[in-house]
Ligand binder design. Structure first.
Ligand code: PLP
Length: 438
């Protein structure tokens, strides 16, 4: 009898949590590493929010709480979502959980059977694909293309939908591309969904970057479109908007109170509840008007950094970078560099086993890290299925201007470093993250 269940072999991962080991190894060897891999704001959670949590702990608010989320926080979330999405939200449809990530797992567990088709963005947040394969559902990647500024249209979706489509995941603003869907995109996409499905399909709308949006744009949600509120699991949370990643606070607005009850039951089975002092602090994040200024200044900083990095990357021969409209990442096309340094040809000479877990962009990622001391994420970290031939890396702008300047300078050097790549490839040690770990 096997120790682990069969399913565990289908569970994916989030490389952003894996790269730390490789960075540590580089630093131990004496290198200084410029970290452009980070998936969290480099700002601290607002002091007024910290104060609330500490005071609540001191007051003894340290016991189990309502598994669905404390009523006052659910009311505040309902109000906030109603105001920003222009829809009526009852607190009975809100469920508070551990980070937004838990909502992804509950959605898959709650709606998807083995063999159901799930459409999800690729490149996209890797946990979507991980859950598709873990549930033994059929992955249907929706390719986001640079030529469309990493948006997609109704036609793209229509081609992928079938009577077996059970769940469609959308993520705007997007990780890793920074692409943002417009109100018109969402209206057209919704028409297709309504035309091609019955009421038993769900849209998981991951809106975790809703506040990190640039050039005066305003976030649009598919849940705002008539007919879609009833089909959309809208998820968001405090991690990115309020730089509260370590607090683990997220929430969903479900189409019905019955579905919220199921998510509540998942909470009971997995976590019991979110710590009450964290929920009180989360409420303060919404309520204290000071936080609007704090969020706006953080977003302004991300926008400045984006402007700098995109221009600086486009100045490097072999790199082309679309200007993202939201989130705190840039997703440059590195095909030219891969061709110039001979990375694509070198990759083809690797054994099928290594090719399977690597890619040309992974080789460039590892070359950047181990030879030039810059940590980035490769294309394959954002959905491996059907990612062949796509040569991109993700850089995070969640770091200071000085660090970004140095990072881009090193990338520029690496992009011309023929001899360095030859040497790196000959050494053959680090063709993918975690190589040689055990
Ligand atoms: N969704 C996307 C698109 C993300 O990028 C992330 C985190 O990086 C999450 C969800 C998870 O958010 P949380 O940290 O609140 O679980």
């Amino acid at each position: 009898m096997d120790l682990f269940s069969k399913r565990t072999q289908f569970l994916g991962t989030e490389s952003a949590f894996k790269i730390g080991e490789d960075i540590r190894r580089c630093e131990e060897s004496g290198m200084t590493v410029v970290r452009l891999n980070l998936g969290e704001p480099d700002f601290s959670s607002p002091e007024n929010v910290n104060e609330v949590a500490v005071n609540e702990i001191r007051k003894g608010n340290t016991h189990y709480a309502d598994p669905q989320g404390i009523v006052s926080l659910r009311e505040r979330i309902a109000e906030q979502v109603s105001e920003t999405r222009g829809i009526a939200v009852d607190p009975e449809r809100v469920v508070v959980s551990i980070g937004a990530k838990s909502i992804i797992s509950y959605t898959f567990l709650g709606y998807v059977n083995r063999g159901d088709e799930v459409i999800y963005p690729s490149p996209g947040y890797p946990i979507y694909e991980s859950w598709v394969t873990f549930m033994e559902a059929k992955p249907v990647p929706l390719h986001l293309e640079e030529s469309k500024r990493f948006r997609f249209d109704a036609g793209d979706l229509e081609r992928l939908m079938s009577p077996k489509t059970k769940l469609i995941v959308i993520n705007s603003p997007s990780n890793p591309t920074g692409g943002v869907l417009t109100a018109d995109d969402l209206a057209e996409i919704s028409q297709i969904i309504l035309k091609k499905s019955d009421g038993n399909i769900r849209i998981l709308s991951d809106e975790i970057y809703e506040d990190i949006i640039f050039d005066g744009r305003r976030h649009k949600s598919i849940a705002s479109i008539p007919g879609m509120t009833e089909r959309t699991v809208m998820m968001s949370g405090h991690s990115k908007s309020y730089a509260m990643t370590g607090w683990r606070l997220g929430y969903a607005v479900l189409p019905t109170a019955e579905e919220a009850m199921l998510f509540r039951q998942f909470n009971i089975n997995f976590i019991s509840c979110v710590s009450p002092f964290i929920q009180e602090a989360g409420k303060a994040a919404f309520e204290n008007s000071e936080n609007r200024t704090i969020v706006a200044s953080m977003v302004g900083e991300f926008q400045k950094r984006r402007d700098f990095v995109v221009d600086a990357l486009n100045d490097i021969a072999g790199i082309e970078c679309v200007k993202p409209e939201g989130a705190f990442y840039v997703f440059p096309n590195i095909r030219g560099v891969c061709e110039y340094l001979g990375i694509i040809d070198a990759y083809e000479t690797l054994s099928p086993e290594i090719r399977d877990i690597s890619s040309p962009s992974s080789l460039f990622q590892m070359f950047l890290l181990y030879h030039h001391g810059v940590a980035t994420m490769d294309r394959k970290s954002f959905g491996a299925i059907e990612s062949e031939g796509q040569h991109y890396i993700r850089l995070s702008t969640a770091t200071s201007m000085d660090v970004l300047r140095e990072g881009v300078r090193r990338i520029g050097e690496a992009a011309e470093d023929h001899d360095g790549f030859r040497e790196f490839f000959k050494r053959g040690e680090h063709f993918y993250l975690g190589a040689g770990e055990d």
